[in-house]
Write a protein of this length. Structure first.
Ligand SMILES: Cc1cc2nc3c(=O)[nH]c(=O)nc-3n(C[C@H](O)[C@H](O)[C@H](O)COP(=O)(O)OP(=O)(O)OC[C@H]3O[C@@H](n4cnc5c(N)ncnc54)[C@H](O)[C@@H]3O)c2cc1C
Ligand code: SF4
Length: 475
């Protein structure tokens, strides 16, 4: 069996014999400058930049590609930095096939898209290495303070822009580290932890005050924070894991995807994680079955492979064409040895004191539902069993019940539990309380969180200026 070695762990792979992550890194480092210039030169400067239109940040992609092709890397970085607070992060983890690269005219002509994400990552990684990334410069103090709940991409982006505009900015997060799902959701093999932490450190150095291990709802109510600040931003993401009802689902060995990923991410920070060390969240030597077909499921299967699982299977009730996960991620997982069991849904988890197997049945796609998607239905007499001593539920996330959690029953939510905002002002029904990111959109993407963080800053700025003027007039 071919082996791939990553972070000291080796696992079977269809990719190549005994390749190591360091080898890839060395090769990448050597060829990256040429590859970036070469790829950038492939941009036809078509004049109808579908790539920019389909990038949620409307990054000036053709412009920074041109600068990169001409070797003017610092200017390329400065241009890409104009529209994004985290270009090197988006370059790594945006589903480019659905966004910028999927809409490149060269892709339309059948010649393969310019690798925009890779160039974007290269430009800003180089900027960090060369010291071109400037410290955050706070604007002239305005004497007003903003509280942000949630230090994910939406909260961090708003914090940066509001600090630059001269506000005192406080971020509250219930985790011990900032970054939200960048830090504790997305695995390090897709997004290295130091890449997030250097961004966070830059914000701390710029005078943004981080209140870590601070859970709104436990350590303060929303009302307490309204009293402390002139405006609030809620950017708490969505964390209520969707569940599945079936016999055996409560058995030891059946785990939530995010708990599994958090444990793995904590280990990569060097934290003490007893539930990893005692095997609960460690896939090593196990037969793993992941239930679900989204990107979280893909992260779980690929993490399991890296932890040295004996076998990894992904059970999904629709087929490949109807899978919500990125096709690139599915391809990566398959190359690493993950087996996809399409058109299959779990029926029960077997095992008395611990999970031993998943009983499933085959599905077929029936008539389209109201959304136009063909709904899966059970095929009669199609039951089968898969051996499993670790079953990971990756069925997606809904919003937590924020009005209850925040002790604020007046806070208005949609029928999905996400925060209801006035889309013209991004303000909730509570005066001076804004919202952005997944808690408004439902589970989405990092790049949309950044976009919302950027947009909400404008609205908050306008609100705060008006508030100051009103206070002056009343004085
Ligand atoms: C496993 C996984 C993998 C993903 N992979 C990708 C990917 O590859 N590419 C991509 O673009 N997107 C990916 N996503 C989606 C992406 O991570 C999210 O869309 C994005 O992080 C949302 O940003 P946010 O700022 O709205 O919320 P989050 O990143 O969720 O941050 C919210 C923050 O609020 C904090 N918080 C919540 N409640 C409270 C409270 N009561 N008090 C204090 N703090 C609180 C949380 O601790 C968290 O730090 C992935 C998601 C998951 C779950
Ligand atoms: S932010 Fe994402 S969509 Fe936009 S250019 Fe970068 S990789 Fe593409």
């Amino acid at each position: 069996m071919l082996k791939f070695v990553d972070q000291g762990q080796s696992y079977p792979s269809k990719r190549a014999p005994e390749l190591r992550a360091e080898d890839f890194q060395e090769i990448a480092d050597k060829y990256a400058p040429n590859a970036a210039a070469e790829q950038s030169a492939r941009c036809s400067q078509c004049g109808v930049p579908y790539c920019s239109v389909h990038c949620p940040l409307h990054n000036h992609i053709p412009d920074w590609l041109k600068l990169t092709a001409e070797g003017r890397l610092r200017e390329a970085y400065e241009m890409s930095n104009l529209t994004s607070t985290m270009p090197e992060i988006c370059g790594r983890i945006c589903p480019q096939d659905r966004l910028c690269e999927g809409n490149c005219v060269i892709e339309f002509s059948g010649h393969g898209a310019v690798t925009i994400g890779a160039v974007e990552k290269y430009i800003t990684d180089t900027a960090w290495e060369e010291g071109w990334v400037e410290p955050l410069q706070p604007g002239a103090p305005r004497g007003q303070s903003v509280g942000i709940i949630g230090a994910g991409p939406a909260g961090l982006t708003a914090a940066e822009y509001l600090r630059v505009a001269g506000y005192d900015v406080h971020i509250y997060d219930r985790h011990d580290r900032a970054g939200g799902l960048l830090t504790y959701g997305i695995p390090g093999f897709k997004l290295e932890k130091h890449v997030i932490m250097r961004r966070v450190q830059r914000l701390k150095d710029g005078g943004i005050i981080f209140h870590e291990n601070f859970e709104v709802g436990k350590d303060a109510t929303l009302g307490d924070l309204q009293d402390r600040h002139d405006a609030l931003l809620v950017a708490t993401g969505v964390y209520q894991a969707r569940d599945i009802k079936m016999p055996g689902v409560g058995a030891p060995g059946v785990e939530e995807a995010l708990d599994f990923l958090i444990a793995s991410n904590r280990k990569s920070f060097g934290d003490d994680v007893p539930d990893f060390d005692n095997g609960r969240y460690n896939a090593k030597g196990k037969n793993v079955v992941v239930i679900g077909g989204g990107d979280t499921a893909m992260d779980c299967v690929r993490t399991s492979v890296r932890q040295g699982a004996r076998s990894v299977k992904c059970l999904y009730r629709r087929d490949r064409a109807n899978m919500p996960g990125s096709p690139n991620e599915v391809r990566n997982a398959e190359e690493e040895g993950v087996e996809f069991v399409w058109l299959s849904a779990p029926k029960a988890v077997e095992g008395t004191s611990h999970a031993t197997a998943v009983k499933a049945h085959k599905m077929r796609l029936g008539a389209p539902d109201a959304s136009g998607r063909r709904s899966p239905e059970v095929q009669p007499d199609s039951e089968f069993t898969i051996e499993a001593d670790l079953v990971i539920k990756a069925l997606g996330f809904d919003a937590e019940k924020l009005p209850t959690l925040f002790d604020c029953p007046d806070l208005s939510v949609t029928r999905w539990g996400t925060l209801r905002v006035d889309h013209k002002s991004m303000m909730t029904n509570l005066n001076g309380v804004f919202a952005a990111g997944d808690i408004v959109r439902g589970a989405s993407l990092v790049v949309w969180g950044i976009r919302d963080g950027r947009d909400v800053t404008e609205h908050m700025h306008r609100y705060l200026r008006a508030k100051k003027l009103a206070a002056k007039a009343a004085a």
